[in-house]
Design a protein around this ligand. Structure first.
Ligand SMILES: O=C(O)c1ccccc1N[C@@H]1O[C@H](COP(=O)(O)O)[C@@H](O)[C@H]1O
Length: 209
């Protein structure tokens, strides 16, 4: 079953929207460059509102390890998503505290081996959060089992992405919004439904009739 994360959550209402629509996780973006950056007090309120059954993924880009740990703890996240160039020690240290969703670009994937314990890989565009899809067919040879997929996913194309790559999870934001940081409820619901239908089809079509 492909998991689904709805990212760029900036309000309790949008967090509850995703949770009630069946999202497995929501993303709370702390990267200062993001138009969807959420303050840590609001993030904690969102985490507490959606409750323990929904993953809360803190999203970071080019931020010091101590800042990541401080924000992650204060916001009550259940995992951290790390973009950008960081050392192995940075990632190993972080994995002592939180499950790590390590984001790689297609170019970085070429040289990456299987992730260490506590890490899950996610493929995303070089500039995240822009709604630009990756070339899924080109990714197919090197896409590691258990990896997640992001980049330009929406209700209209996620079924094809799942059919091509069978990702363990999918993650989206741009194509689910009315404005940066503000979700379109109908598109969020349609995206989650499309993921679940595509995942169900892929599972059941593989069984011998
Ligand atoms: O969305 C952002 O502003 C952002 C900023 C910095 C790091 C990550 C960001 N978002 C991530 O981008 C992908 C999905 O993007 P899209 O659907 O193509 O718009 C997802 O991993 C978000 O966590």
């Amino acid at each position: 079953m492909t998991r689904v994360k709805i990212c760029g959550t900036t309000t309790v209402a949008d967090g509850m929207l995703a949770a009630e629509a069946g999202a497995d996780a929501i993303g709370l973006i702390f990267a200062p460059v993001s138009r969807r950056q959420v303050d840590v007090q609001t993030a904690r309120q969102i985490s507490l509102a959606v409750g323990p059954a929904v993953g809360r993924v803190g999203v970071f880009l080019d931020q010091p390890l101590d800042e990541v740990l401080r924000l992650a703890a204060a916001a009550r996240v259940s995992a951290v998503q790390i973009h950008g160039r960081v050392s192995s020690l940075y990632l190993e240290t972080l994995a002592c505290y939180h499950p790590v969703l390590r984001v790689l670009t297609p170019a970085e994937l070429a040289g990456a081996g299987a992730p260490p314990i506590g890490h899950t890989l996610m493929l995303d565009a070089p500039t995240p959060g822009q709604g630009v899809p990756l070339d899924w067919e080109a990714l197919r040879p090197g896409f590691l089992p258990g990896s997640w997929l992001a980049g330009g996913l929406g209700p209209e194309n996620v079924k094809q992405a799942i059919q091509v790559l069978q990702p363990a999870g999918v993650d989206a934001v741009s194509r689910l919004e009315m404005a940066p940081g503000h979700k379109d409820p109908a598109r969020v619901r349609a995206f989650i439904q499309a993921v679940k239908m595509a995942s169900w089809s892929a599972t059941n079509e593989s069984y011998p009739q």
